[in-house]
Design a protein around this ligand. Structure first.
Ligand SMILES: CC(C)(COP(=O)(O)OP(=O)(O)OC[C@H]1O[C@@H](n2cnc3c(N)ncnc32)[C@H](O)[C@@H]1OP(=O)(O)O)[C@@H](O)C(=O)NCCC(=O)NCCS
Length: 184
């Protein structure tokens, strides 16, 4: 079996994939301290539950040739319609005016020991291609202006950048146009 991008809803053993997603999520998160296991669980659910329950067809995994999951991408093709996220994701509303031009959004994380191998770029490309085939105008992510991943997204074509203050910090919106590439 060759390494490939697979979707959650096509997998027979979805529990194994979700367990891997949970491990990768906590490995990748800047937050490591929790006052209780319930708080840790709430944090995980805030960032993943919506995608797992509402859009399992857009939860993607990088599955290695040996069957292990090295990374995941959670996507949503309709950011305007993702009502629960307006209340649960900090700063979600901040860039609402950009959702028309970049209606889809994604989160992507790879295992520590599988970074810098091009896996993240291939998963982003896979999701972007599906969005383009759907006729969507663009896809976006939100990160911090100082985050190391900014260069990763710039190289992946997320060149429309907007920085806004959010409480005591700043958030960076990065949009990638899809229609202009000739797919739609
Ligand atoms: C960002 C990430 C998904 C990219 O996937 P990848 O397979 O490692 O990426 P590629 O090999 O295609 O590209 C390498 C680039 O990824 C980014 N990257 C690599 N390790 C990273 C890390 N620990 N934290 C943040 N970004 C990282 C860098 O931009 C790197 O390029 P650089 O070495 O020039 O700085 C992956 O590195 C990761 O999971 N990082 C930690 C969590 C994260 O930042 N997720 C995105 C949240 S918005």
């Amino acid at each position: 079996m060759a390494a490939e991008v697979v979707r959650l809803s096509d997998l027979v053993d979805q529990a194994a994939a979700i367990a891997a997603l949970t491990d990768i999520f906590f490995e990748s998160s800047a937050r490591t301290e929790f006052t209780s296991s319930q708080e840790r669980q709430n944090f995980l659910e805030r960032w993943t539950e919506f995608y797992l329950t509402r859009y399992p067809e857009d939860v993607w995994f990088w599955r290695e040739a040996d069957g292990t999951f090295a990374g995941y991408l959670t996507g949503c093709r309709n950011s305007v319609g993702a009502m629960p996220l307006y209340d649960t994701v900090p700063g979600y509303k901040l860039f609402e005016d950009c959702f028309g031009a970049f209606p889809a959004h994604l989160h992507v994380n790879c295992r520590n020991d599988r970074r810098n191998l091009g896996i993240g770029a291939r998963m982003v490309e896979h999701f972007a291609q599906g969005c383009r085939e759907n006729g969507l105008a663009g896809v976006h992510i939100v990160t911090a202006p100082t985050a190391r991943n900014v260069g990763f997204y710039q190289r992946a074509g997320f060149t429309h950048e907007v920085i806004r203050g959010f409480g005591s910090r700043s958030l960076l919106f990065m949009g990638r146009h899809l229609g202009a590439e000739g797919g739609v």
